[in-house]
Design a binder for this molecule. Structure first.
Ligand code: RUB
Length: 341
């Protein structure tokens, strides 16, 4: 992605110092800073602590972390797989790297993600062009953050919007993106920051406003990313995705999931079998450094929910917009670099 006059990626390998580099998403949108890992321990901690967020970016981080831990790949794999349970890309990356934890293989995996997200952008742009032509307007609702920062580059749900920004529609219709805050970690602020940097019009709403906007006819299409899409098409994504899909379904608005093949998990039968991360209750109870709750109040903090396939209109993949994620192609696709992952 372009920030100011620079092309920036969210995850990279620092050749000079032989270490993994990340944009530290814990500090965004206030500060744009880098953070580095030289060991698997450090990389696993950065994943758990959410310095890196978004399934493909977590996968890229794990791929380079396996290079850092190449002296004991089995132990490195175990440690990384324990860092966060839901994002499929983490496990896809570790499996890929266990075959050969070399830097060449990690680079090929990461370039595969970048290529896939660029293709998602192209296919999604065509889809959005059709919706804009039909509706005479393009109001897109998204949730959480599924942009370039979440995916190394381009994004999943935001990739079609970046593509539209680079190549606007001939009919003059400009997209307007409605961004949910995404409590408790406010990934919506990262989405808004990324859209601002790309010059894409957007409006932030509180999480509960989404069904209201859909019911009032203010939304033309909902697009989110996913942390894991399983064999029957059910999709795990940030908590709050399910209610958006329910509202879209109730009001006849299309709901799309954008995902690269690294997020697809054909080995899990359905959404009920997906491990859903429960994070610390403190993320819910503490708001901007204050705790407006009584001492005995408990909290639950499920980080993701599952949207049933029946509510999903289609999947925007690197192979096109499809009705089922398995239709996107072979189970282990080949990247443009010829490397199977
Ligand atoms: C991020 C999140 C994103 C998904 C999909 O969760 O739920 O919406 O990863 O986006 P967290 P993408 O911030 O807890 O990691 O497809 O870009 O991963």
């Amino acid at each position: 992605m372009r920030i100011g006059d620079q092309d920036v990626r969210s995850v990279w390998w620092d050749d000079e110092r032989q270490r993994l580099g990340l944009i530290d998403q814990r500090l965004l949108p206030h500060r744009l800073e880098q953070v580095y890992a030289t060991t698997v321990d450090e990389a696993a901690h950065l994943i758990t602590d959410m310095a890196v967020r978004g399934a493909p970016a977590i996968g890229a981080t794990a791929a380079y972390a396996m290079v850092l831990g190449a002296d004991d790949p089995e132990r490195s794999a175990q440690q990384l797989c324990a860092a966060r349970p839901t994002a499929r890309d983490l496990f896809t990356a570790v499996d890929h790297m266990l075959v050969d934890p070399s830097l060449t293989r990690a680079h090929a995996f990461v370039e595969g993600i970048v290529d896939a997200c660029a293709a998602i952008g192209r296919h999604g742009r065509t889809l959005l062009a059709d919706i804009a032509a039909e509706r005479g307007r393009l109001h897109v609702l998204t949730h959480c953050h599924a942009g370039a920062l979440a995916t190394v580059d381009h994004g999943t749900a935001l990739a079609p919007l970046h593509a539209l920004a680079r190549e606007p529609l001939g009919n003059g219709i400009r997209p307007h993106v409605f961004v949910s805050e995404t409590r408790p970690r406010f990934q919506g602020a990262i989405t808004a920051w990324e859209l601002s940097a790309a010059g894409i019009d957007h409006t932030v709403v509180v999480d509960n406003a989404a069904p209201h906007l859909i019911a009032r006819g203010e939304i033309d299409v909902v697009i989110t990313g996913a942390d894991r899409v399983v064999a029957n098409g059910d999709a795990a994504n940030k908590i709050g995705t399910y209610v958006r899909a329910l509202a879209a379904h109730a009001h006849g608005i299309p709901f799309y999931i954008a995902l690269p093949a690294t997020t697809y998990d054909p080995d899990t039968a359905n959404g009920a079998a997906i491990a859903i991360e429960e994070r610390s209750p403190n993320e819910v109870l503490d708001i901007a450094g204050h705790r407006p709750y009584a001492a005995g109040t408990q909290a639950r903090n499920p980080a993701f929910d599952v949207t049933p396939a029946a509510l999903i209109t289609g999947y925007i993949t690197e192979r096109g917009v499809v009705g089922h994620p398995a239709d996107a192609g072979r189970r282990r696709p080949v990247t443009t670099h010829g490397e199977a992952y």
